[in-house]
Design a protein around this ligand. Structure first.
Ligand code: 13P
Length: 251
């Protein structure tokens, strides 16, 4: 049985002070344990502020990106070793906003994912089609290419730490969620592709999160589908109550 994961992607929100306040509110709202894995992914500037607050709690720390080299002349980038040192467990990789605005490609996604794994981080690799691609009947083709290229050449012994997030671009920040059926279809497709790439056992153990306007009101139905193993939450993760309500809905 796969343990569900609910991760908050805070995107470019929250100063250090605001981040500390949100984490404290999340921990208070959680009030102890949880049956699923939980992570928050604040902006880089707040990681070091949030890390000590999460020590000894059920909430893990994640970053929103990671570079593929350990160090070097890469102005503006942050390496996996640096993130590990701060206490990060996860790193989101290849979010559609990075693909859309910052030139992220399947090749750079792949390099980042492999570097994250090498450093001991758990990559959350994002895939998903645009509205034009869905309307054009290209969803399966697009997602398959992103999965195969983004996760090419993952060493066999590292597959168990990979997480995939299916985030249809048309559902992100739009309030228009994929239906549980639409999401389940793509999740099942991704699991079939992983089975071909890495074997049935890896595919059965791999967590595939859904992201795109997941809210307390729709989270339970989405996460009750057999191949939906949690959520990557944007807007609803910026408020303690709605984030924790989604965590509870995963049970
Ligand atoms: P929203 O939940 O705001 O739609 O964002 C989803 C997302 O992009 C998470 O990575």
């Amino acid at each position: 049985m796969r343990k569900k994961l609910v991760a908050g992607n805070w995107k470019m929100h929250k100063t250090r002070k605001e981040a500390a306040d949100l984490v404290c509110a999340i921990l208070a709202e959680l009030g102890g344990g949880s049956s699923c894995d939980i992570a928050v992914c604040p902006p880089f500037t707040a990681l070091d502020t949030v890390a000590p607050l999460l020590k000894g709690t059920p909430v893990a720390l994640g970053a929103q990106n990671v570079h593929w080299e350990v160090h070097g002349a890469f102005t503006g980038e942050i390496s996996a070793v640096m993130l590990k040192e701060i206490g990060c467990v996860y790193a989101i990789i290849g979010h559609s906003e990075r693909r859309q605005y910052f030139g992220e490609t399947d090749q750079t996604v792949n390099a980042r994912a492999r570097a994250a794994l090498t450093a001991g981080l758990l990559p959350i690799v994002c895939v998903g089609e645009t509205l034009a691609q869905r309307d054009g009947g290209e969803t399966e083709k697009v997602v398959e290419a992103q999965v195969r290229r983004g996760l090419a050449d993952i060493p066999a012994d590292q597959w168990s730490r990979v997480v995939i997030a299916y985030e249809p671009v048309w559902a992100i920040g739009t309030g228009r969620t994929a239906t549980p059926q639409q999401a389940q279809e793509v999740h099942a497709l991704i699991r079939r592709i992983i089975a071909e790439m890495a074997g049935a056992t890896v595919a059965q153990g791999l967590r595939i999160l859904y992201g795109g306007s997941m809210k307390p009101a729709n989270a339970r139905e989405l996460m009750s589908r057999p191949d939906i193993d949690g959520g990557l939450i944007g807007g609803a993760a910026l408020e303690a109550k709605s984030f924790v309500d989604i965590v509870r809905a995963s049970a």
